[in-house]
Ligand binder design. Structure first.
Ligand code: OAD
Length: 249
């Protein structure tokens, strides 16, 4: 099948599915100017994830870890959602049931208007105190003090994100798996599909008899098992899929 035929086939599946689960990764925010992790200019080319995004790294040097997150907060603060984020929010409005599972911590899906959102890896605009467990929203860029201190107990805080060697909160996994189970279609967008548990979600959907459509700049290790694998930019492909007529009704 050529790209045009694949896009038509994907549109037909999306149009006829009333319950959709979407999984996104760093690729959906690439067109907003936020670097991915594993592409040729990705963040993990210059730095080992365990050295900066792990409990071990934080214990060793919390200031260094916070400098990296403060730098990422500055990049994300300058970024806006792109047409891919907006298209997903629009598709959500047109469907009976829609869940957006994201591995991204940038918060751009929420800004674009997505509502039923599962942020598997947390959110960079939240700060958590490990001593008193308090989580607060904080949008200061740059942060005035690194590491920031808890305004309740004075302990140093951490970004409320999931690091390597850490476990995603069980209620989020449950919510993600339930939404896949209850959907007719899963879409997997802009993720290399190498970090668990997100990496296995498409496979799980396939094994449960769901249709799976992938959108990525390039093929991924799971492309061959999905029903349709589209190669291209998510910000260009996704807007082809929502029903503009319904938007202006
Ligand atoms: P990766 O950097 O591993 O993969 C990004 C994917 O997006 C690649 O497959 C690209 O081909 C694709 N891509 C790039 N630009 C795109 C575009 N404009 N349109 C569509 N696809 C595009 O990022 P993730 O898969 O999100 O975890 O990485 C998963 C996790 O690994 C992250 O959440 C992070 C990282 O370590 C933690 O920090 C815990």
């Amino acid at each position: 099948m050529g790209q045009d035929e694949k896009i038509l086939a994907a549109k037909q599946i999306i149009d006829t599915s009333s319950k959709i689960t979407v999984l996104t990764g760093a690729g959906i925010s690439a067109e907003s100017g936020i670097p991915t992790f594993r592409d040729s200019d990705g963040m993990w080319n210059n730095i080992k994830p365990q050295d900066i995004a792990s409990p071990h790294a934080f214990k060793k040097d919390p200031g260094l870890v916070w400098e990296w997150y403060d730098w990422r907060r500055r990049i994300i603060n300058r970024a806006n959602p792109n047409q891919g984020h907006y298209a997903l929010a629009e598709i959500e409005r047109q469907k009976e049931k829609f869940t957006l599972i994201t591995q991204n911590i940038d918060g751009l899906h929420e800004i674009a208007g997505s509502i039923n959102l599962v942020e598997l890896h947390g959110n960079i605009w939240e700060i958590r105190c490990e001593k008193c467990d308090k989580v607060i929203k904080n949008y200061e860029v740059p942060l005035p003090e690194l590491p920031p201190k808890c305004n309740t107990c004075g302990e140093i805080t951490r970004p409320n994100v999931v690091w390597f060697e850490e476990i995603i909160p069980m209620h989020m996994i449950d919510q993600a798996l339930l939404s896949i189970e209850e959907s007719d279609l899963m879409m997997i967008i802009g993720t290399s599909g190498v970090v668990e548990p997100a990496a296995s979600m498409g496979l799980l959907a396939k094994q449960s008899g769901k249709q799976v459509i992938e959108i990525n700049l390039e093929e991924t290790p799971n492309s061959a098992i999905y029903d349709i694998s589209l190669q291209g930019k998510s910000g260009e492909i996704l807007p082809l899929f929502y029903d503009i007529a319904k938007t202006y009704n």
